[in-house]
Structures are given as structure tokens and as C-alpha cells.
Design a protein around this ligand. Structure first.
Ligand SMILES: [Zn+2]
Length: 349
């Protein structure tokens, strides 16, 4: 089956849930952030980006009662969005992956740059990552520039899961998101700001498959959960330590087109991503592109849906079938390591 036959156009997702962000609500969201954190507390602290091995066990949240409040999208993954000719929008996305055998990083140099340039972006955060980085998650949630989707509970390959394990990998991060948001809403700094808090969605709407890999069963499970699966049409290759900032920037500049979704990493495994952004963003701006969240992109046009998950061509993420179905300790082929920015092993997205 050729690629073209795997793609189809879907109804505008905006019709499902009014995804377009309200400028008024967006301004309100900033009030929560301003009330709860000093500017210095928002900034990246050097070393936070490092990934460290960890043997601690985080309890998987209960997913009972997590029912979909939204219309269920048809199964498939969004690769990009077709836009009217007058719109040149693109969505930067950054994955925040974390397995159960590690504490992944927070590459705040990326977030700081986006804030300094007022660039909108979407973060796909694993449940494990959100539990390990509660304050950083709350800062992202309360930032009107950003949208937060989910990225599995412990970055397991959903192609290798079924039943309760599959359900948990997909829905547990939604429970973590809700718990972290509730904790923020109940904090002394935020509790009085009720209208501002209402600007922060109660539940995530977007899901990105760990490893960018899915199966018909996991696609169906994501749709059944009321989540929209988001892939990409521009891969930066940033999980490779050998991928230079120049190469990452060039991938963005050469391959982005109106409606593109660009994937990178902000969990410490986007090795040169932070240095690539100042190379790519000004050029993309000069080309006339504006940056929006994924939900805003979906609301602006018609999503291009693929029936399978892939990186650049159908089937290419099936190579991860040897990894990620079990906890890392049971997967000797793939072990996270403690490391510094230089010389880290290349890991799958
Ligand atoms: Zn990932």
C-alpha cells in the first residue's frame, strides 16, 4: 500500500471541541504562572536537563473513572494540517519522554528561548515525566504559549501491549496530568484565581505514541479514550548525539511547510535542540511562518490523518518492536544511562 492510500482527510478537529484558544483565556493563564513563580523560578537551572538512572518506583495512577468527555475521533494519527492558502502556520512539538528506570531531564534552555521569543509550542509529556517534574509541568500548563499533551505513562511501546497494560499506558498520563493540575489549582498562590485556572484544560486532548509507534489496537484505544493521536511530518533527528544544531535547524528550515508538525525533544535527549532553535526560528519567521500550538493548528484547517504510525515512511517505526514493551530492566537491548550532554547514546524517540 502506497503512502498516499494511507492518508485521508478528516473533519476539522475544531468541530469536535472548540479547540481554538481564546486570547482572553490565554491571558488569564499567565496570571496563575505570575502568581505562583518568580521569573527566576521559571528559568532553566543548568544540570536539570541531565537524564539519570533511577530505581525508584512511581505508582501508576488509577485510570478508573477516566471517561472521555469529548467526541471520539476516528482512529488514525495526525501528520500535518492542510491550511487555507493565506495561512503559514507550523507547530513546534517537544517530547518529554521518561521510562520507569530513569528520571529524564528538563531542557529548560529550550523553554526559556521559546518564552523569550514568544514562540508557541506543544509539549508531549509522559506520565512518569510529569510525576517527576510536577512544578515544571505546572509551569508549562499555566503558560499561555504552551499546550501540554501526553506521551504514554512510562514510554512503553504500545505495539507490544494489550488489555489493561495498553489502557494504562495511554490513560495513566491523563490521570497524572489531572492530578498535577489539581495540585496547582489548590495551591495557595493559584486558588483565588478561579477564572485564570479555568483557562488550563482539565484533561489533555492530544496524545503522542512513545517511539512514534502504534498498532491498530493502540490507535483504537487512543480514539476510544477521546484523545487525538499526533505524529509529525518533520523529524529533526535530535535524539542522536551526532546530530548537530546546524543539521537540526536545517531539517526544520528545509522541510517545514504550512501546516507542518515538527518533532523534537526537551527531556535532555534533544542533544543539540536548544542550540538549533536560534538558528531555525529567525529563518522560519523570515519565511513568513507563524508558530501555533497543535490544537490551534488543527482548528485552522483540515488534519491529514495516517492509518499507521511512522517517522518518514510507513513501517519505519516498526523497528522499535524489540524495545519498550517491558520495563527497561527487562529490556537489555535498551538501557538508559546516567550521562552528560556530550557523548550520550542515541535513543529511539
Ligand atoms: Zn518519546
Amino acid at each position: 500500500m502506497g503512502k498516499s492510500s494511507r492518508l485521508r482527510l478528516a473533519l476539522p478537529f475544531a468541530a469536535l471541541a472548540g479547540l481554538a484558544a481564546s486570547p482572553v483565556l490565554a491571558a488569564d493563564g499567565a496570571a496563575v504562572q505570575a502568581a505562583c513563580w518568580q521569573p527566576s523560578a521559571l528559568q532553566w537551572k543548568p544540570g536539570e536537563e541531565l537524564v539519570v538512572r533511577s530505581s525508584r518506583h512511581l505508582r501508576i495512577p488509577d485510570i478508573a473513572g477516566l471517561t472521555s468527555e469529548h467526541a471520539r475521533p476516528s482512529p488514525g494519527t495526525v501528520r500535518r494540517v492542510l491550511l487555507p492558502p493565506d495561512k503559514k502556520l507550523i507547530a513546534l512539538t517537544f517530547d518529554l519522554c521518561e521510562t520507569s528506570g530513569e528520571t529524564a531531564g528538563y531542557d529548560g534552555s529550550i523553554v526559556d528561548y521559546l518564552r523569550s521569543q514568544q514562540i508557541k509550542a506543544t509539549f508531549f509529556a509522559g506520565g512518569h515525566w510529569m510525576a517527576s517534574h510536577k512544578a515544571r509541568t505546572q509551569q508549562l500548563l499555566s503558560d499561555p504559549l504552551f499546550e501540554v499533551g501526553t506521551h504514554g505513562w512510562a514510554h512503553r511501546n504500545t505495539r507490544l501491549l494489550s488489555g489493561v497494560e495498553l489502557q494504562s499506558e495511554i490513560l495513566a498520563p491523563s490521570a497524572t496530568y489531572a492530578a498535577v493540575r489539581t495540585e496547582l489549582a489548590q495551591a495557595q498562590c493559584a486558588a483565588p484565581l478561579r477564572s485564570a485556572l479555568s483557562a488550563i484544560p482539565d484533561r489533555p486532548r492530544l496524545f503522542r505514541f512513545p517511539f512514534g509507534a502504534c498498532s491498530p489496537a493502540s490507535l483504537a484505544a487512543v480514539a476510544e479514550a477521546g484523545l487525538i493521536a499526533i505524529q509529525w511530518d518533520v523529524a529533526t533527528g535530535d535524539p542522536s548525539p551526532q546530530r548537530s544544531a546546524r543539521a537540526i535547524a536545517d531539517a526544520m528550515i528545509r522541510n517545514a511547510r504550512p501546516g507542518s508538525i515538527i518533532v523534537s525533544h526537551a527531556n535532555g535527549r534533544g542533544y543539540h535542540t536548544a542550540d538549533a532553535l536560534p538558528l531555525a526560528i529567525p529563518v522560519l519567521k523570515a519565511k513568513g511562518f507563524s508558530f501555533v500550538t497543535v490544537s490551534e493548528l488543527l482548528a485552522a484547517g483540515k488534519a491529514v490523518i495516517a492509518e499507521t504510525c511512522y517517522d518518514s515512511h510507513p513501517g519505519d517505526t516498526d523497528r522499535y518492536d524489540f524495545v519498550g514493551g517491558q520495563a527497561p530492566s527487562a529490556s537489555p537491548a535498551w538501557e538508559p544511562t546516567t550521562h552528560v550532554r556530550a557523548g550520550r547514546p542515541s535513543l529511539p524517540r
